[in-house]
Design a protein around this ligand. Structure first.
Ligand code: HAM
Length: 423
């Protein structure tokens, strides 16, 4: 048999990588608690119809889609938002609003593998359902700011925009939804020429002018956007909405560095403010989200406003590595328990259990090594203590504790063992 490799784009996270990812997951969960988002766990496999309904062509083409044995067309989730919208129209339909949910787990997209871009990756997802107010949009940005801060990342920046500005112009110009989606998809990739050349020259010029707007401050850019779209009623309302959200976020102490008038996102369901967060080390977003006020009705629910964000946890972990962000150091002492002979294995295991019940991490010598070799191994693995279970000490209810760093040994009563190890 040949040796097996993981499938292209799928990664093994080895202990240190798994530890970092779990640390980021823990921070995301803490953030959810701090902001009142309750965790829901949804399936990795969902109906293809659900996942593809409003995700957009880009994601649709990248889904892992297959038929299950019951001949259902299903797919691995490429994100959480569709699953949460499904819940909002079913099991959580009658929950009081706002409904705030948190989810974390692996998602799947057939992206071209490269640094920070994988086919299986992790997201933490926050959704607020039932509020159309700018406070809800602000909250999603603020919690993202809190998560970034909690992971210890530095110099991250926010980029914000508003889908309603572009859709407002296009709708008033009677451009149909399908064409709008195609244009926004191209804009997401910054392919502005390809995006606009399907429009008549006048609209094309308006949009080209819009994406080229620049200013020294975020607020000034929004003012310029508003002036640029004068006469397009919905686009003007969208610009006002963007201004208000920007104001709320800024007043609460979170800086938004960039307003991007040509900002599109790959997903099709957005209707309002959209944003992404970046660090200077990577040119790909660490998280992104926005308002999607029509998805829930597409899924057969009452028209319900909603906004949310997903954070790319692998990318956050990657950026932490690049910034050399230190993980909190482990506080517990690590112990290796070694019986001096075969007869004492049972007693030694019992002592191990006792320590574990006291919350002390214990490894047991399971290779049948002689004492010197076992101690050498404990040293190599940087254990703090070896607990040596020998006949003579055991008769007096004691064991030998060897401090591996200091190379000192003492006899300690089993009663006092966990106390001694904790120090
Ligand atoms: P998204 O922008 O498609 O949004 O993905 C969110 C984040 O997932 C990205 O910013 C990025 O950090 C990470 N990500 C995306 N693709 C990959 C990949 N191939 N490898 C590694 N990380 C990746 C959503 O998923 C929306 N559901 C967000 C949302 C929630 N909007 C409203 N509610």
């Amino acid at each position: 048999m040949p040796t097996f490799q993981s499938v292209r784009g799928m990664r093994d996270l080895l202990p240190e990588e798994a530890e970092t990812l779990n640390h980021v997951i823990a921070k995301a969960r803490e953030t959810a608690e701090l902001y009142g988002y309750r965790e829901v766990i949804t399936p990795v496999v969902e109906p293809y119809e659900l996942l593809s309904a409003k995700s957009g062509e880009e994601i649709r083409q990248r889904m892992f889609t297959f038929k299950d044995l019951g001949d259902r067309t299903v797919a691995l989730r490429p994100e959480f938002t569709a699953s949460i919208a499904r819940l909002a129209t079913t099991a959580l339909k009658n929950e009081p609003k706002p409904l705030r949910t948190f989810s974390v787990g692996s998602v799947y997209r057939y992206d071209e593998p490269q640094r920070g871009r994988y086919r299986e990756f992790w997201q933490s997802d926050f959704e607020v359902i039932g509020s159309n107010r700018p406070e809800a949009d602000a909250e999603i940005i603020l919690l993202t700011n809190s998560l970034m801060k909690a992971t210890g990342l530095r110099n991250y920046t926010f980029k914000i925009g508003h889908i309603g500005v572009i859709r407002g112009i296009l709708s008033q110009e009677n451009v149909d939804d399908k064409t709008q989606n195609a244009i926004l998809q191209r804009m997401d990739k910054k392919e502005y020429d390809e995006a606009f050349n399907i429009l008549n020259p006048r609209i094309s010029r308006t949009l080209q002018g819009l994406v080229e707007l620049k200013s020294s401050s975020a607020f000034e850019t929004v003012k310029k956007i508003k002036a640029h779209v004068k006469g397009y009623d919905d686009a003007e309302v969208a610009a006002d909405n963007l201004f208000e959200i920007l104001k709320l976020v800024t007043e609460s102490g979170c800086e938004i560095e960039t307003v991007d008038p040509g900002f599109g996102r790959g997903l099709e369901y957005y209707t309002g403010t959209i944003f992404e967060v970046y660090t200077p080390e990577l040119d790909i977003a660490l998280g992104g989200g926005g308002r999607y006020d029509r998805l829930i009705e597409v899924f057969g629910g009452e028209p319900t406003p909603a906004t949310g964000v997903a954070h790319g946890l692998d990318r956050i972990a990657l950026a932490m590595g690049m910034q050399k962000t230190a993980l909190p150091t482990r506080r517990e002492k690590r112990v290796l328990v070694i019986p001096v002979n075969e007869e004492l294995r049972g007693e030694a295991l019992k002592i191990s259990q006792r320590l574990r019940e006291a919350g002390i991490p214990v490894e047991f010598e399971i290779m049948g090594r002689k004492m010197a070799k076992a101690l050498e191994d404990a040293d190599r693995r940087q254990m703090n203590y070896a607990v040596i279970v020998g006949e003579r000490e055991l008769k007096e209810g004691s064991v030998v504790v060897r401090d591996l760093a200091k190379r000192e040994q003492t006899v300690v009563a089993i009663e006092k063992l966990s106390e001694k190890i904790r120090g």
